[in-house]
Design a protein around this ligand. Sequence first.
Ligand code: SF4
Length: 465
Amino acid sequence: MKRNAITVSPEEMTRQQAFSEEVRMMPGRPESYYVVTYGCQMNAHDSEKLAGMLENMGMKAAENREDADFVIFNTCCVRDNAERRALGNITWLKEVRKKNPGLIIAVCGCMIQEPGMAEKILKQYRFVNLAFGTSNLYQFPELLYKTLNSDHATVVVDNEDVIPEGLPILRARKESAYVTIMYGCNNFCSFCIVPYVRGRERSRDLSVILRETEGLMADGVQEIMLLGQNVNSYGKDLSDEVSFSLLLKELDRMGIPRIRFMTSHPKDLSDELIETMAGSRHILPQFHLPVQSGSNPILEKMNRHYTREQYLDRVQKLRNAVPGIGLSTDIIVGFPGETEEDFRQTLDLVREVGYDSAFTFIYSPRVGTRAAILPEQIEEAVSTERIKKLIDLQEKLQQKTLSRFVGTEEEVLAEGFSRRSNKAVSGKGTHGVSVTVPGNTEDIGRIIRCRITGLKNNTLTAERI
Ligand code: SF4
């Protein structure tokens, strides 16, 4: 065994369950809750765990945050604007408290884990009752119990690389479920705060993931989304025999209709993984492969450990093995030192790959990361100009790449009614693109076979087969 991380002991989880019971029985405890989520799918899934624990403590979800007795902000600090938005909304809740003096306000997630943030919350946001870091999530019942029994704020931020198992989860969707396969990241991309706030890579045991999936299948879940900051590294901390490919093969054998995963690091995308995808029945033909930049000098400064050529080689291998695969990416513009030539190379790469979608961001310096102290920070006006050009290009190209689906057959997992019509439902097709198809309430949560007939604003329209 190579593992350094600590799986939280069953005794500790039982202890937390006892605190949960204490809160449930407490006279005058909050009756309703509201969870505000910022950031990525990992955070969205953590919010499902918070909701699960709150329901265990006897609380019910409020329709909106103004009506809740307990509001918890699950924050993100990957970009400066997510952080500012969270702090702005927390401050706004201070006003709500004037109308509802019993309101309890809590803050958790990545932002709290930033150096100095807990102290800042204690000093500048005195109306916050409870704050805790990402490693303390499983202690939430105990922390809430303490908060409800104290006149002072409770603030706990540990840095232990723990793996909590057995937390209750209130899933947001019935047909599709997040399954965390690993926590943390070892890559230290120079722009990214994640390794500092989420700790080092630690994988959940393969048998535990398979058991969780079995339970989801028994509940009628049609799709799992495997989550990790870098899923391609799964198992490296467990043993030489365990890998992401092995996990995928095992899940594929179990027969859950749809398997998706994110996020992948191009440097860890192995030939074995590509072959596993090609030979599978249930892994969907889609891949989110963040490139971040198309310029080698910038990739090096970003500490990404691949070149533009190596990235393009991975894309080609994926396309050869899984023809028609849906590709998406993340791109940062305005990284320190990015020249016009570097940016041109990014545009060229986007043209060459032809992504089905791209998440584009202006570089946002994060205190504590290496890129934040690099010279040649780019002026905001330049970055804004560049991101506009990039978005324009991607939108034009996307029309062309998505039109390849017109006339083909697809299977869509209906998530809900289409925003434009209550006679149509929409959801993701197997390639990861949104599809709208005629349907009704009974179709929601089901997989619908259809033929793509057109393309409107990056959503495919379809008829049923
Ligand atoms: S791989 Fe890089 S960008 Fe992704 S979480 Fe890790 S450090 Fe951040």
